[in-house]
Design a protein around this ligand. Sequence first.
Ligand SMILES: *Cc1c(COP(=O)(O)O)cnc(C)c1O
Length: 392
Amino acid sequence: MSFRSGRHFLQIPGPTNVPDRILRAIDRPTIDHRGPDFPLLAQRIFPGLQEVFGTSGDVFVFPASGSGGWEAALVNTLSPGDRVLLYENGFFAANWGAVARRLGLDVEVMQGDWRRGVDCPRLESRLAEDGSHQIQAVLAVHNETSSGVSSKIDRVRQALDSAHHPALLMVDAVSSLGSMDYRHDEWAVDVTVSSSQKGLMLPPGLSLNAVSAKALSACKKARLPRSFWDWQEMLQQNRQGYFPYTPSTNLLYGLDEALKMLQEEGLQRVFARHRRLAEAARRAIPGWGLEIFALQADERSDTVTTVLMPSQQGADRLRKIILERFDLSLGTGLGPLKDKVFRIGHLGSFNELMLAGTLCGVEMGLAAAGLPHRTDGVRAALKFLQEDSSAE
Ligand SMILES: *Cc1c(COP(=O)(O)O)cnc(C)c1O
């Protein structure tokens, strides 16, 4: 590829842009993870993570991508053949289900509409039918990064409660944590899975599990084989500020800095910034004569917007042109959405001008690709930003 001047725009919905402050924090000598200084780092990281998850319980950090967090959640709480109910409304939900199946769990799929959030009344009636409590866990994705649809986890919790069902509630919050309001304790989630490379603004390589007391006690009885992912061993070591095996020390430096940045801005302001920039991004889509994939206004994600191509094809050609012409990376359509949609990531270390640049890239890309479109997208987004006073 030929020389490219200026800055690359990485506007996929994760990995996200890593701020300079975090890059500098990572760029330090690795220390002895069994030495006397290490617990000082751990002692800062765990409380910071608890705040972001909205929990006073334990949070585990594994050196892995987000998929590792899925596996850790399952192997620590369940036994071979246990039934889990997976609400499938997107690519990541489907993949989590595939992981569960490969681990020997009996996965019952509740097929949802990929353009909608979790159908809580339907979930509740299925749980109410399960009088003998065969279902050991309910799996749901807070923010489906493939479709740009978010689900209301407080309502998912209510569905379990109304059905008086004791199943564990496990939630994937990989592309929402640190960007959208998330309340592990208040929503009584048993395991929340997340990772480093989305709202936490870090490179890929850390996976996270926030766990409830109920999940920890399930861990004592769970019989799925586990070693690397074992929470109990991890907990013992973490209590002393250490890890049972070598952690990603330099990514933990980065995490320490990321948590400081989120604290400096204030989580509520972080969420408001994402909400505002997402709304501006959404205004652009009809301005181009295109369609937002997420059907319901109140289920549209504040971290990613999935855009449906007219006649449902040509998204990959458009993305290729935009990358080659403007050095802007947009997210690809995943699974059955391949080539039908493209995704604009608007999360993490991100501001108004980065959004404006991104939207300009899309608008110029539509023209460069010779696709029929309206040219009101950028204008509509900027108009929203100017008129919305919530940032002042
Ligand atoms: C990014 C992501 C994951 C994790 O994927 P990895 O590639 O393993 O890091 C899981 N779930 C969702 C919703 C995601 O967006």
